[in-house]
Design a protein around this ligand. Structure first.
Ligand SMILES: [Zn+2]
Length: 197
């Protein structure tokens, strides 16, 4: 393995988890990455429900989660942008600078507010009728699971957590039954089919 970034990142994470750096596997990065993901899956970020509860009222008309920023990557097949990134993009990327306020596109209930592997800090909002929206690579999260939000309510600030090439918002729209916050790729809808960007 090469020295540098990955090991430094792992060392920081091990310090975060309270485990000894001595248990780091030194051969091969794959088991290391798996273990980092397992640790991050348990890592609960500091959340700050600054906006308080919203109305939860679903209008059925989605607004732009970060209006005024360009789409930097569209929905569908693409060349993998980085190691560990998927080649099917079940979302769109908006070129938001760090700490851009991100709005819920409609009212609903927060069902996910946590770190999700390569997606980094992620919020998922359920809007009824099986519709869910996902906001990823956030720098901070303003809501907690179970919280009702209003359309346009700030759910967090954009960032570059998880896998990625720089600050942006990865925004996905999904339709599937149930309340699982882990949005399945197969249920992804092109956000441009429901929002005018
Ligand atoms: Zn993306």
């Amino acid at each position: 393995m090469s020295s540098g970034g990955p090991l430094n990142a792992a060392t920081r994470l091990w310090a975060l988890s309270g485990l000894s750096v001595a248990v780091l596997p030194m051969e091969g990065l794959s088991p290391l990455i798996v273990q980092i993901d397992q640790i991050l899956a348990q890592y609960q970020p500091q959340t700050n429900p600054v906006g308080g509860d919203g109305s939860g009222i679903v209008t059925g008309q989605f607004i732009n989660p970060a209006s005024g920023y360009p789409i930097t990557s569209g929905f569908g097949p693409r060349r993998s942008p980085c190691a560990g990134c998927s080649s099917f993009h079940p979302a769109i990327d908006l070129g938001t600078p760090m700490n851009t306020p991100i709005q819920a596109v409609d009212g609903g209930t927060v069902i996910g507010a946590t770190w999700w592997d390569g997606y980094g800090l992620t919020v998922v909002v359920a809007h009824g009728n099986g519709m869910k929206t996902r906001y990823s690579h956030l720098n901070s999260i303003n809501v907690v699971v179970g919280q009702p939000v209003s359309q346009g309510q700030e759910i967090g600030r954009s960032g570059q957590t998880g896998y990625g090439t720089g600050p942006h918002l990865d925004f996905g729209v999904y339709k599937y039954p149930g309340s699982d916050w882990r949005t399945p790729k197969a249920a992804a809808i092109d956000p441009r089919s429901v929002i005018k960007f």
